[in-house]
Design a protein around this ligand. Structure first.
Ligand SMILES: [Zn+2]
Length: 94
C-alpha cells in the first residue's frame, strides 16, 4: 500500500496530485516530471464507490437519529476521499 509512482519514470505522485484527479470525474493524472498521462483503473473507481456505499449502508443499519445522518455521511465521504490516494491505481496511457 502507498501512493503510486509514475509508470514511466518512477516519480512519486503526491496525495494532493491524486486528490485533484478524483474531483471533476477522474481527470487523467499527469506526471510532473515526464508528462506521462495516467488513467485511473476501473477497479479503483469501483472500489471508491463501493467503499462509500458499504459505509453508508453500515451507518444506515446503526439507526442513527435523523440529525446525525447528514454529518455522518459527510464524514464517511471525506474519510474515503482522504484515504483514496493510498488505494487508487493508475495506468499510463499508451
Ligand atoms: Zn513520470
Amino acid at each position: 500500500m502507498g501512493i503510486q509512482k509514475c509508470d514511466s519514470c518512477q516519480c512519486q505522485f503526491t496525495w494532493k496530485e491524486i486528490q485533484k484527479t478524483i474531483r471533476w470525474n477522474y481527470k487523467p493524472l499527469v506526471c510532473r516530471k515526464c508528462r506521462e498521462k495516467h488513467q485511473i483503473t476501473v477497479q479503483s473507481k469501483v472500489l471508491f464507490s463501493l467503499s462509500i456505499a458499504i459505509m453508508l449502508f453500515l451507518f444506515s443499519l446503526a439507526n442513527l437519529p435523523f440529525n446525525f445522518r447528514i454529518p455522518v455521511m459527510v464524514i464517511v465521504f471525506l474519510s474515503v476521499l482522504i484515504s483514496f490516494p493510498y488505494f487508487a491505481k493508475y495506468k499510463a496511457n499508451d
